[in-house]
Ligand binder design. Structure first.
Ligand SMILES: NC(=O)c1ccc[n+]([C@@H]2O[C@H](COP(=O)([O-])OP(=O)(O)OC[C@H]3O[C@@H](n4cnc5c(N)ncnc54)[C@H](OP(=O)(O)O)[C@@H]3O)[C@@H](O)[C@H]2O)c1
Length: 432
């Protein structure tokens, strides 16, 4: 088949990533043309911010303000969605696929909420839908899971997939900062948005874990089925105690296969300080995967930013262009055949770190141990930390052996009601 002279791109969104992608498409034209087999030409740009019209040296006349102008353009072969957010991005992607356009997106929210519908529409219309940049920015993940690791039964994923929270946790751990101070520093440096809720509450990581889990385990896991908990409860003293006990604290996205069910959860975790994930600092991402054949594999790199993310977006564009030139289409497979269900959080089993303020008097520990024992929770160690002489309140830290989440939650509620317990100040799950 003779390669086409050019392949047309409709670019939606000329923000951080869209701008980065446009720069790469224009700045690396010769290399990309060689790889794609055709010149990749931006035919239309949809951007609602008129201040960006005519920017980056893109001709003013190809800017559109209405989706219809881009979607109906006969020379747009590939629609690249980089406007972000759920709506109208979802509707635009679905409409573009319905009109027979291939789609590339970096949108984790849309993919994690509307997987099956979008993949089904793409199949029905025999077009490609690629989303490599939706998880881990520039780190190749989707393609390795779907291609290079496909012979494996994946048993577990432990991932640091949110650079903002990892940056905050790194500063809390290394400089003893409290959460609010570390968040402010991240915002000043542009690593956290003005409204950081989706990052710090674990929502962004839950979107990404839903995508990874769906691909890795062949079960559709929607983001609303991923338990998520953020990092705002952590205090500088948790990092001090963690270090004393030989752990680091990370916000992990965890997926595990156990029998007919899978665990999918995002929350702060104590991990051994000598583990590779514990050494992933700042805005970097890392994804640890365990497969029956390959063993343990770690993907590490820049999980965000225009350059790294455009690496993934432009690679997706090139793969589609190569297929157009071969006369084939990489029709998405629906990776939902295993019939596994997501285990309710109450049923997971792990170890726990508990920090509480208690009266500094004899018999306190016996009362707490009794409640934990009644819930089949066994203590692996107890450390009494500082006592405030003026209030006679002591802080104790308890580490447990593996226990059921539901039992731990019930036991903590009962413990909190003890007269000698002033407050359960924190509890963090432990993955060893
Ligand atoms: N930033 C990263 O490092 C990163 C990494 C991986 C993946 N992603 C994903 O990439 C996507 C884009 O993120 P971004 O950081 O580039 O966002 P961004 O900087 O906010 O860019 C989005 C652009 O699209 C425009 N836009 C929004 N809604 C529109 C609409 N309905 N019609 C036309 N234009 C519209 C925005 O205009 P206004 O500014 O006027 O709203 C803005 O210029 C998101 O899905 C994000 O999750 C981002």
């Amino acid at each position: 088949m003779v390669a086409r002279k050019s392949i047309g791109i409709g670019l939606m969104g000329l923000g951080v990533i869209g701008g980065g992608v446009a720069k790469v498409l224009m700045g690396k034209m010769d290399t990309l043309t060689r790889e794609a087999g055709s010149k990749l030409v931006i035919k239309k740009v949809l951007e609602k911010d008129s201040a960006k019209h005519g920017s980056l040296g893109i001709e003013h006349r190809i800017f559109a303000t209405q989706f219809e102008e881009l979607a109906s353009h006969p020379e747009v072969d590939i629609v690249v969605e980089l406007i972000g957010g759920e709506h109208p991005a979802f509707e635009y992607i679905r409409e573009a696929l319905t009109r027979g356009k291939h789609v590339v997106t970096a949108n984790k929210e849309v993919m994690s909420k509307h997987w099956s519908e979008l993949l089904t529409v793409a199949r029905d219309h025999q077009v490609a839908l690629r989303y490599e940049a939706s998880v881990g920015g520039g780190i190749p993940l989707i393609a390795p899971f779907q291609e290079d690791l496909v012979a494996n039964d994946i048993s577990a994923i432990y991932a640091i997939v949110n650079g903002t929270t990892n940056y905050i946790l790194t500063r809390m751990a290394k400089e003893g900062l409290d959460f609010s101070v570390a968040l402010k520093k991240a915002q000043e440096l542009g690593y956290a948005e003005a409204d950081p809720a989706k990052d710090i509450e674990g929502v962004d990581a839950a979107y990404k874990l839903a995508i990874l889990t769906t691909i890795a385990f062949g079960t559709e896991v929607r983001s609303e089925n991923v338990y998520h908990e953020g990092i705002s409860r952590l205090q500088a003293r948790d990092f001090r105690y963690a270090r004393e006990l030989g752990y680091a604290i990370k916000l992990l996205a965890i997926a595990k296969r156990s029998g007919d069910s899978i665990e999918a959860r995002v929350h702060p975790v104590f991990i051994p300080e000598d583990s590779l994930l514990a050494k992933v600092d700042g805005v970097y991402n890392a994804i640890h995967v365990e497969g029956d054949l390959v063993g343990k594999v770690i993907f590490y790199g820049e999980g965000a930013g225009p350059r790294a993310t455009s690496s993934a977006v432009v690679s997706d564009i090139i793969k589609i262009a190569q297929n157009i030139n071969r006369g084939t289409t990489d029709i998405p497979r629906l990776p939902f055949a295993s019939g596994r269900t997501v285990k309710p959080m109450a049923e997971i089993e792990t170890r726990y770190y508990m920090r509480m303020s208690v009266a500094d008097q004899a018999g306190v520990l016996a009362q707490i141990s009794k409640i934990l024992g009644d819930h089949a929770i066994s203590i692996s160690s107890v450390i009494q930390k500082e006592t405030d002489p003026s209030t006679q309140i002591a802080e104790i830290v308890i580490m447990t052996h593996p226990a059921k989440e539901q039992a731990v939650q019930q036991a903590l509620k009962k413990t909190e009601r003890l007269a000698v317990v002033k407050e359960i100040t924190n509890f963090v799950r432990v993955e060893a």
